[in-house]
Design a protein around this ligand. Structure first.
Ligand SMILES: [Zn+2]
Length: 271
């Protein structure tokens, strides 16, 4: 397990997984706020259409990010993430469309593709985004896993879906992007109760109490889940960065910024 690496290209700043660099057939990035064209509270690489930013600028931001991966804007596939465990396998963006087609199809929190050139995109503003690559089966995935996704075991369900497609967990490389740290993820009794209903006593390893609040270490739950499923420790890279207590110029945080904010994105594309 290693830390993500910072990359800069002109004004663009993003993070990549060192383990992914082992493979020539995949490009990926966890983008920061830097390097886009939006302004004000959306400055500058905002991927969120619904917050009040100008649509034309958001589209330009998508194009900037896709180009960094060597991808085409029309091959971007994104979803409206709603903290579900709904997984969708895609082999094309809508022909002739803008690529932003899944938005109308209802919530999807994990996207999988076996097709090179498709730019899978996920969004984060505290929640975990996992980028997954199988270099043998040539499959890529993006997974959105906040605490509700963890409760719904979306990571396990995606790994199982990949297995149905012929993928072995030991061949997977997984990168977990900047996401809320255990100090910042403060809750009442409800969240630990709901997680222990799913994970049993195991959850006690990942929660602690401070004052009258619980703190939950989602990154460690994800790491543990991946190991239990057979992903190898050295094939998992996890960012220690936290949008909430980290650099606000790099990341939006839902807990810190509320709804008056943009959203960060991560992308993965097989070449
Ligand atoms: Zn934090």
């Amino acid at each position: 397990m290693a830390e993500l690496l910072k990359r800069e290209n002109g004004s663009l700043v993003y993070y990549i997984s060192p383990q992914f660099l082992t493979f020539s057939g995949v490009r990926h990035a966890f983008f920061t706020r830097k390097g886009g064209v939006s302004s004000g509270i959306f400055e500058s690489l905002n991927f969120r259409f619904s917050g009040g930013d100008e649509r034309g600028k958001v589209l330009k931001n998508y194009a900037i990010a896709a180009a960094e991966l060597g991808g085409e804007p029309e091959n971007i596939v994104r979803a409206t993430q709603k903290h579900t465990d709904i997984i969708k396998t895609v082999d094309a963006a809508v022909p002739g469309g803008s690529g932003f087609n899944i938005e109308e199809e209802g919530p999807v929190d994990a996207l999988i593709t076996a097709k090179p050139g498709i730019v899978l995109t996920g969004f984060f503003a505290d929640c975990q985004i996992l980028l997954i690559y199988d270099h043998k089966c040539r499959i890529a995935a993006v997974v959105h896993a906040g605490w509700r996704g963890v409760e719904k075991e979306i990571v396990r369900k995606v790994i199982e879906r990949l297995a149905e497609m012929g993928s072995k967990p030991s061949d997977l490389t997984v990168a977990v992007g900047p996401s809320i740290c255990r100090r910042c993820f403060e809750t009442d009794d409800d969240v630990p109760e709901r997680l222990s209903a799913v994970y049993g006593d195991q959850i006690n390893e990942f929660i602690y109490r401070e004052g009258d609040k619980w703190h939950i270490d989602l990154k460690s739950i994800t790491y543990s889940t991946l190991l239990q499923l057979g992903v190898l420790p050295y094939n998992i890279d996890i960012s220690s960065l936290c949008p909430r207590c980290g650099d606000g110029e790099l990341f939006w945080s839902h807990r810190r910024d509320g709804e008056a904010r943009g959203v960060n994105a991560a992308m993965i594309m097989m070449t």
